[in-house]
Design a protein around this ligand. Structure first.
Ligand code: 5GP
Length: 189
């Protein structure tokens, strides 16, 4: 998606450890006009899959999912990372391993909000090692619903997640795929 790539080149900052900071439009401040274009693009890519629900993980996925959902006219469910008192006891769980923090944490969705008839589109901000997606897939599998596709805003193609997820036969579409980040320069695939 050219508009997105242009924005990444304009304001993205490469940090050590291969991290791309896009706080100014995606992860802290939100560029709603750009998010609208992202939502439209996900709709164009997945409109023929009879999507009934969009699934993401808190926090960064929520804004993308909510804007995208307006085009599909379906609800958004976001997996929670903490087990607070106001989350139903009866939940589907997934495990996510974080390479950066070297910890495994649980994500949860109340059983009320996933049905085996649901056709799910997962959306998320980044695809790096693919662990967040695996955790969300675990939840979908436990609920016996159908994973129809995954929409990613930025895929770091130099990390192994893209291959890991596509090798499982999952239909992943990334709007910008970064091949290389070297000396502060971003090179797209
Ligand atoms: P995973 O390694 O599981 O594919 O990535 C998990 C999560 O880590 C993503 O959803 C995203 O929130 C975060 N993440 C991974 N790489 C980056 C990055 O380069 N920049 C930012 N801002 N977040 C990232």
């Amino acid at each position: 998606m050219e508009l997105l790539k242009k924005k990444i080149l304009e304001v993205g900052r490469v940090e050590g450890d291969g991290i791309l900071k896009v706080d100014s439009f995606l992860n802290h401040q939100l560029d709603v006009e750009l998010l609208n274009e992202i939502g439209k693009e996900f709709y164009r890519l997945f409109k023929d899959y009879n999507i009934t629900k969009i699934l993401t993980a808190e926090v960064s996925g929520i804004a993308i999912a909510a804007i995208t959902a307006q085009y599909f006219k379906v609800p958004v469910v976001f997996a929670k990372k903490t087990q607070s008192k106001n989350l139903d006891k009866d939940t589907y769980e997934g495990e996510v391993y974080s390479y950066t923090k070297d910890i495994t944490y649980k994500i949860r969705v109340s059983k009320r909000y996933l049905d085996k008839k649901d056709n799910i589109l997962i959306v998320d901000d980044f695809l790096a090692n693919g662990q967040a997606l695996l955790g969300l897939k675990q939840i979908i599998d436990s609920a016996n619903c159908n994973l129809k596709g995954v929409g990613i805003v930025i895929e770091k193609g130099f990390q192994k997640g893209g291959k890991l997820i596509r090798d499982k036969g999952i239909n992943v579409k990334s709007l910008a795929i970064i091949e290389e980040m070297k000396d502060g320069n971003i090179i797209f695939k």
